[in-house]
Design a protein around this ligand. Structure first.
Ligand code: C2E
Ligand code: CA
Ligand code: CA
Length: 563
């Protein structure tokens, strides 16, 4: 080839190369061995927003987001050592905004020497932002903006790996709100959603920034605590969460209280994967539910067995009505002053084919969660009224009978109609029927006021059960057309134990009398308790001291002795 031909080719190749660099939509730049810009193409300016003359006075690291500079430096060094590398990195645009780039750094080799680094950077900001948005949507719960189930499963796996390395424990807390269905069913989903949002907000504020809080769906939340030093830490957090949830909520002018149950599982003892830990925590939560509301349980091995038993409870409960397995027990109530019989409370028992006579604490909360409480409660009410009518007919003492009514049952649309039908069917005069409702009926105060007013007009009495353990305001209580407050047995059991139970009891009795209501104390087991209550002016008492709940046959014998 002639020299002139060679020169021409060289010139062409040079110009092709320049076009390739000049018109390239990607930033192409040459860096010195210390990382300063030596040459930049127009796209470098377009992408970074920095004019060429500014860039030529800059070190490339200054364009990189501070946190990612080590990554940039590492790849720069590799290029200086003769290795080309491609990586994604966050840069800063001249305006200060984030910019994502796919960068390749390669050695700038001239005559066998590495003189510096050549870089190509593609602007991938649009794609990256779309990715981030998708991952946010995929990992976030739409209602509460908390991380969701998917996020928990992924991030918990990562935390487990880390904990294995440094030999640390992790606690997983499974939180399930109590009777949340009641809120949704009676107040509507809008209201329920609002309540969930408020609870999520409070939990977020109340937990430490290291704890991970997520919503699993429905009324279930997860909190996990990485870097756990002792299981005690987990139970402390559980108590704190219960306290946070239990604080009254005000939605739409309604004040009401929600409680929750929590199950706790610890890594590595109760599971080695995110799935298995959550499953264990769920089993422990189920156990907490079976013990009643507003509590927590630590997982133990027997619980897997328990949980299959609990599932049987649900299945068996469905069949129990047809199989006639429920039995009514009656516990007498006495006038404190005269010592005479003044009423009785109906308490249900479940005569389970395999497990024998079960106390309601074993199944009422499950019946409430599943909604089975409605047919079961209806059955109890009908049977109790039938029984009572026959006793009155037979000339047994004319005292009223109290029946416990679950809030879900009470807040049913046709509840008043149902009561009327039963009174008609059984022929029981309404003055012999007293319904025990708990403060949780105040969840829908308007409706409750309406229902209670109608029931009172029918001639039925209403007692407020477990008084003092709910958290509804006194303002509600004073509005309700009720006749009796029932002091919860937890206060009675605190008498003489130096707790503040005595003060609370004295307060409840004063309050009741101020509102012209009767007061009854339940769970009276000792003479000491009886004397304290009598001295405070408590009108009626009920408890083992006088009599345990009795089966129909035994209660009839008891009634005969009263005549
Ligand atoms: P409750 O309404 O607070 O009923 C009082 C509970 O205290 C009963 O437990 C009773 O057996 C127990 N008790 C009575 N005297 C004493 C005493 O002196 N000491 C102690 N330690 N306990 C005493 P039970 O029968 O196990 O009922 C537990 C709960 O189950 C009831 O609490 C009530 O909330 C619910 N329940 C019972 N029967 C029914 C029912 O027919 N319908 C509904 N919805 N709930 C019911
Ligand atoms: Ca009761
Ligand atoms: Ca009670």
């Amino acid at each position: 080839m002639k020299l002139s031909e060679l020169k021409k080719r060289l010139r062409e190749s040079e110009q092709q190369y320049q076009s390739l660099v000049h018109f390239n939509p990607n930033a192409i730049f040459i860096l010195t061995r210390s990382g300063s810009f030596l040459h930049v193409n127009p796209a470098t300016t377009n992408i970074t927003g920095q004019p060429e003359e500014v860039l030529l006075k800059m070190n490339f690291e200054n364009l990189v987001n501070v946190e990612e500079r080590p990554l940039a430096r590492q790849n720069f060094r590799l290029a200086l050592n003769g290795e080309a590398n491609t990586f994604e990195i966050e840069l800063m645009h001249q305006t200060g905004q984030s910019l994502f780039a796919n960068v390749t750094l390669m050695p700038n080799q001239i005559d066998g020497n590495i003189e510096g680094v050549i870089g190509i950077a593609q602007d991938i900001t649009k794609r990256k932002l779309a990715e981030l948005k998708i991952s946010k949507i995929a990992n976030e719960d739409a209602l509460t903006q908390l991380p969701n189930r998917r996020y928990v499963l992924d991030s918990l796996e990562v935390a487990i790996k880390q904990a294995k390395k440094v030999k640390q424990q992790i606690a997983v807390l499974f939180i399930d709100l109590d009777r949340f269905k009641l809120v949704n069913d009676t107040l509507g989903h809008f209201f329920g959603d609002h309540a969930l949002k408020m609870i999520a907000e409070r939990l977020k504020k109340g937990l430490s920034s290291k704890d991970v809080l997520a919503r699993m769906g429905g009324d279930e939340f997860i909190v996990y605590l990485p870097e756990l030093t002792s299981p005690l830490m987990a139970t402390d957090v559980a108590e704190r969460i219960l306290k946070i949830i239990r604080k009254p909520l005000i939605v739409d002018g309604y004040e009401f209280t929600i409680t929750a149950c929590i199950g706790i599982a610890i890594f590595p003892d109760n599971g080695s994967t995110a799935e298995s830990l959550i499953r264990s925590a769920d089993a422990a939560m189920y156990r907490a539910k079976a013990n009643g509301s507003d509590g927590f349980e630590l997982y133990n091995r027997n619980m897997n067995e328990d949980i299959s038993k609990l599932f049987n409870v649900e299945n068996d409960l469905r069949k129990a009505l047809e199989r006639n397995e429920f039995k009514l027990y009656f516990q007498p109530q006495f006038d404190t002053r005269t010592g005479k019989l003044c009423g009785e409370e109906v308490l249900v028992r479940w005569n389970h084919p395999d497990n024998g006579l079960l106390s309601p604490s074993r199944f009422i909360s499950i019946a409430e969660e599943t909604g089975l409480i409605i047919p079961i409660g209806d059955w109890i009410l009908r049977e109790a009224c039938k029984q009572k009518a026959s006793w009155i007919h037979a000339g047994y003492p004319n005292v009223p009978m109290s029946v416990n009514i679950s809030s879900r049952q009470f807040l049913q649309v046709r509840f008043v109609h149902f009561i009327e039908t039963i009174l008609e069917e059984t022929g029981l005069p309404p003055e012999y029927l007293d319904l025990e409702v708990t403060e949780s009926v105040a969840i829908d105060i308007e409706r409750t006021l309406g229902v209670l007013t109608k029931l009172t007009q029918l001639g039925i009495h209403i007692s407020l059960d477990d008084f003092g353990t709910g958290y509804s305001s006194l303002q509600y209580i004073s509005q309700l057309p009720i006749q009796e407050l029932k002091i919860d047995q937890s206060f009675v059991q605190g008498i003489g134990k130096g707790q503040n139970s005595e003060e609370i009891i004295a307060m409840i009795i004063n309050l009741a009398h101020l509102l012209k209501l009767f007061v009854i104390a339940e769970g009276v087991e000792t003479k000491e308790q009886l004397h304290y209550l009598a001295n405070q002016g408590c009108d009626r008492i009920q408890g083992f001291l006088h009599s345990e709940p009795l089966s129909i046959e035994h209660y009839e014998q008891f009634l005969k002795l009263q005549q």
